[in-house]
Write a protein that binds this ligand. Sequence first.
Ligand SMILES: NC(=O)c1ccc[n+]([C@@H]2O[C@H](COP(=O)([O-])OP(=O)(O)OC[C@H]3O[C@@H](n4cnc5c(N)ncnc54)[C@H](O)[C@@H]3O)[C@@H](O)[C@H]2O)c1
Length: 108
Amino acid sequence: MDRKRTLVTGGPCFIGSHLCKRLLHMGHDMLAVDNFYSSDRHNVLDLLQDPRFELIRHDVTFPLYVEVEEIYHLACPASPVYYQRESGLEELLRKGMDAGRLRFTTSL
Ligand SMILES: NC(=O)c1ccc[n+]([C@@H]2O[C@H](COP(=O)([O-])OP(=O)(O)OC[C@H]3O[C@@H](n4cnc5c(N)ncnc54)[C@H](O)[C@@H]3O)[C@@H](O)[C@H]2O)c1
Protein backbone atom coordinates (compact mmCIF):
# COMPACT_ATOMS: atom_id res chain seq x y z
CA MET A 1 0.00 0.00 0.00
CA ASP A 2 1.36 3.45 -1.02
CA ARG A 3 1.71 5.79 2.00
CA LYS A 4 2.75 8.97 0.18
CA ARG A 5 2.17 12.26 1.94
CA THR A 6 0.16 14.22 -0.59
CA LEU A 7 -1.04 17.82 -0.75
CA VAL A 8 -4.24 18.74 -2.60
CA THR A 9 -4.81 22.48 -2.84
CA GLY A 10 -8.51 23.15 -3.22
CA GLY A 11 -9.18 19.84 -1.48
CA PRO A 12 -12.76 20.76 -0.46
CA CYS A 13 -13.76 21.95 -3.97
CA PHE A 14 -16.00 19.88 -6.23
CA ILE A 15 -13.18 18.18 -8.10
CA GLY A 16 -10.76 18.23 -5.16
CA SER A 17 -13.08 16.41 -2.77
CA HIS A 18 -13.41 13.50 -5.20
CA LEU A 19 -9.66 13.46 -5.74
CA CYS A 20 -9.03 13.45 -1.97
CA LYS A 21 -11.42 10.52 -1.54
CA ARG A 22 -9.66 8.59 -4.28
CA LEU A 23 -6.17 9.26 -2.93
CA LEU A 24 -7.24 8.31 0.61
CA HIS A 25 -8.66 5.10 -0.82
CA MET A 26 -5.28 4.48 -2.48
CA GLY A 27 -3.64 4.80 0.94
CA HIS A 28 -2.15 8.31 0.77
CA ASP A 29 -1.74 10.50 3.84
CA MET A 30 -3.67 13.57 2.78
CA LEU A 31 -3.22 17.26 3.44
CA ALA A 32 -5.89 19.52 1.90
CA VAL A 33 -5.45 23.29 1.81
CA ASP A 34 -8.14 25.82 0.92
CA ASN A 35 -9.12 29.39 1.79
CA PHE A 36 -12.84 28.52 1.27
CA TYR A 37 -13.18 31.23 -1.37
CA SER A 38 -15.74 29.18 -3.32
CA SER A 39 -16.18 26.05 -1.22
CA ASP A 40 -16.49 24.98 2.37
CA ARG A 41 -15.67 22.01 4.56
CA HIS A 42 -19.03 20.32 3.89
CA ASN A 43 -17.70 18.58 0.79
CA VAL A 44 -15.11 16.78 2.92
CA LEU A 45 -17.00 16.34 6.20
CA ASP A 46 -16.87 12.57 5.86
CA LEU A 47 -13.12 12.65 5.18
CA LEU A 48 -12.45 14.64 8.36
CA GLN A 49 -13.25 11.50 10.34
CA ASP A 50 -10.21 9.82 8.78
CA PRO A 51 -6.97 10.33 10.78
CA ARG A 52 -5.03 10.26 7.49
CA PHE A 53 -6.88 13.38 6.24
CA GLU A 54 -5.95 16.89 7.42
CA LEU A 55 -7.57 20.15 6.29
CA ILE A 56 -5.90 23.55 6.65
CA ARG A 57 -7.47 26.94 5.92
CA HIS A 58 -4.83 28.80 3.95
CA ASP A 59 -4.51 31.08 0.91
CA VAL A 60 -2.07 29.41 -1.49
CA THR A 61 -0.81 32.75 -2.79
CA PHE A 62 1.10 32.90 0.51
CA PRO A 63 3.92 30.52 1.46
CA LEU A 64 3.08 27.36 3.35
CA TYR A 65 5.83 25.10 4.61
CA VAL A 66 4.79 21.48 4.68
CA GLU A 67 6.54 18.22 3.95
CA VAL A 68 4.86 16.40 1.08
CA GLU A 69 5.94 14.18 -1.77
CA GLU A 70 3.22 15.02 -4.27
CA ILE A 71 1.11 18.09 -4.96
CA TYR A 72 -2.17 18.30 -6.86
CA HIS A 73 -2.99 21.95 -7.48
CA LEU A 74 -6.71 22.70 -7.84
CA ALA A 75 -7.00 25.82 -5.66
CA CYS A 76 -7.88 28.48 -8.17
CA PRO A 77 -11.05 30.40 -8.90
CA ALA A 78 -12.64 28.64 -11.90
CA SER A 79 -13.39 31.91 -13.73
CA PRO A 80 -10.66 33.00 -16.22
CA VAL A 81 -11.01 36.59 -15.03
CA TYR A 82 -9.66 35.51 -11.65
CA TYR A 83 -7.27 32.68 -12.43
CA GLN A 84 -5.32 34.78 -14.93
CA ARG A 85 -4.74 37.35 -12.21
CA GLU A 86 -3.75 35.10 -9.39
CA SER A 87 -3.56 31.31 -9.38
CA GLY A 88 -1.13 30.44 -6.62
CA LEU A 89 0.83 28.45 -9.16
CA GLU A 90 4.08 30.29 -8.55
CA GLU A 91 4.05 29.33 -4.87
CA LEU A 92 3.04 25.81 -5.79
CA LEU A 93 5.84 25.44 -8.30
CA ARG A 94 8.28 26.42 -5.61
CA LYS A 95 6.76 23.81 -3.30
CA GLY A 96 6.54 21.33 -6.16
CA MET A 97 10.25 21.66 -6.73
CA ASP A 98 10.91 21.19 -3.03
CA ALA A 99 8.57 18.22 -2.98
CA GLY A 100 10.24 16.82 -6.07
CA ARG A 101 7.00 16.29 -7.89
CA LEU A 102 4.13 18.53 -8.94
CA ARG A 103 1.71 15.83 -9.95
CA PHE A 104 -1.15 17.76 -11.50
CA THR A 105 -2.40 21.29 -11.91
CA THR A 106 -5.56 22.65 -13.49
CA SER A 107 -6.03 26.33 -14.38
CA LEU A 108 -2.81 28.28 -14.72
N1 LIG B 1 -15.24 22.42 -13.03
C1 LIG B 1 -14.77 22.50 -14.28
O1 LIG B 1 -15.48 22.24 -15.28
C2 LIG B 1 -13.34 22.90 -14.54
C3 LIG B 1 -12.84 22.94 -15.83
C4 LIG B 1 -11.51 23.30 -16.06
C5 LIG B 1 -10.68 23.60 -14.98
N2 LIG B 1 -11.19 23.55 -13.72
C6 LIG B 1 -10.32 23.88 -12.62
O2 LIG B 1 -10.31 22.81 -11.67
C7 LIG B 1 -10.13 23.36 -10.35
C8 LIG B 1 -11.27 22.92 -9.46
O3 LIG B 1 -12.48 23.30 -10.08
P1 LIG B 1 -13.90 23.25 -9.37
O4 LIG B 1 -14.90 23.21 -10.44
O5 LIG B 1 -13.92 22.18 -8.34
O6 LIG B 1 -13.96 24.73 -8.81
P2 LIG B 1 -14.05 25.36 -7.37
O7 LIG B 1 -14.27 26.84 -7.53
O8 LIG B 1 -15.04 24.60 -6.57
O9 LIG B 1 -12.56 25.08 -6.85
C9 LIG B 1 -11.62 26.03 -6.54
C10 LIG B 1 -11.18 25.82 -5.10
O10 LIG B 1 -10.03 26.61 -4.87
C11 LIG B 1 -10.20 27.31 -3.65
N3 LIG B 1 -9.36 28.50 -3.75
C12 LIG B 1 -9.47 29.51 -4.65
N4 LIG B 1 -8.49 30.40 -4.48
C13 LIG B 1 -7.73 29.93 -3.43
C14 LIG B 1 -6.57 30.41 -2.78
N5 LIG B 1 -5.97 31.55 -3.14
N6 LIG B 1 -6.04 29.67 -1.76
C15 LIG B 1 -6.63 28.51 -1.38
N7 LIG B 1 -7.74 28.02 -1.96
C16 LIG B 1 -8.28 28.72 -2.98
C17 LIG B 1 -11.69 27.57 -3.54
O11 LIG B 1 -12.12 27.84 -2.23
C18 LIG B 1 -12.23 26.22 -4.07
O12 LIG B 1 -12.27 25.24 -3.05
C19 LIG B 1 -10.06 24.88 -10.51
O13 LIG B 1 -8.70 25.24 -10.60
C20 LIG B 1 -10.74 25.13 -11.85
O14 LIG B 1 -10.28 26.32 -12.46
C21 LIG B 1 -12.49 23.21 -13.47
